[in-house]
Design a protein around this ligand. Sequence first.
Ligand SMILES: [Zn+2]
Length: 334
Amino acid sequence: MNFQALPWQSDWLSASHTLTEAHHHAWIVSGREGDGLSTAGAALAALLLCETPSNGKACGECGSCKWLAGDVHPDFMRLAPQESDDEVSRLPIIKIDAAREAVEFMQLSASTRRGRVLLVDTANALSRDSANALLKALEEPPADTRWLLVSAHPARLLATIRSRALKLALPRPSRTAALDWLMGEGADRAAAELALSATRGSPMAAFGIIQSGGIAATGDFIKDLLSPRTLPTLSWGAWVDSGGKTDRRARFTLLLSLLVDWTADWARVRSGLSPLRFESQRTGLAALAEALPLSAALSYHRALLRQLGVPDTTLSARLQLESILLDYRTCFSR
Ligand SMILES: [Zn+2]
């Protein structure tokens, strides 16, 4: 795993290091997943464990840094959900056995003076029982332990966990920093721009979408949205699914984000304003908007926004997309 902070995280990392060194034992590292949230948590863990950090960075040279790089650090554990192939469409959870094991690990004495660090990535994947197991340990933490809970949705963590941890909010990267990073990773500018728009400026999510060939499909998707009655819901569901285990969520989010912006432009055009995102589709948007009462357009748009903010973990990405697109078609068949 990568313990190196991303370029836009370095000031945050340095400030967070100062804070976490100074006091308290439990911290919620919050931010957007697509901004490299896991990487930020891992980089902070590495910095806390580093024996000779300098300028807010782990040195990369000391015993601790080398252990981490070799995945053999005796004082570090990452508690993450177990991915399984049979339930690929559901978001995996951290099971109680794994949580108990992590709590036991934290009770042992540390091998170095830097103490022990547990990285929970992500805390939103804790089952209720797992969260309770962790909570007990957070109430009476063993000496020299630091608990980093990575969470893209801290408000959905148990209130009792939230109240025992302090929050470190990861700032969003600037558009320029995100673009520079994507192009540094080999993306061309146009694809990077589009992917960033689709992911609301999240570079890691944008990278995933570019890698999975998602950008190439967006033109076809918009074309299909222009003809709601024949919108091929099942083929778009299949397209999302064909992203496989790693990319189907990114593909789903790409199409969902495009739809959010698309329906926002509907409402704008319907109210006599210019489209914000899809200026080149102004005529098509106007024709669509005319066929739809503003209240229906807005309520569909709001439902999409909710889904973007609070991802549904019970239905597969494919089923969710198909149902969203069916609703889209229904909006026009009233
Ligand atoms: Zn080091």
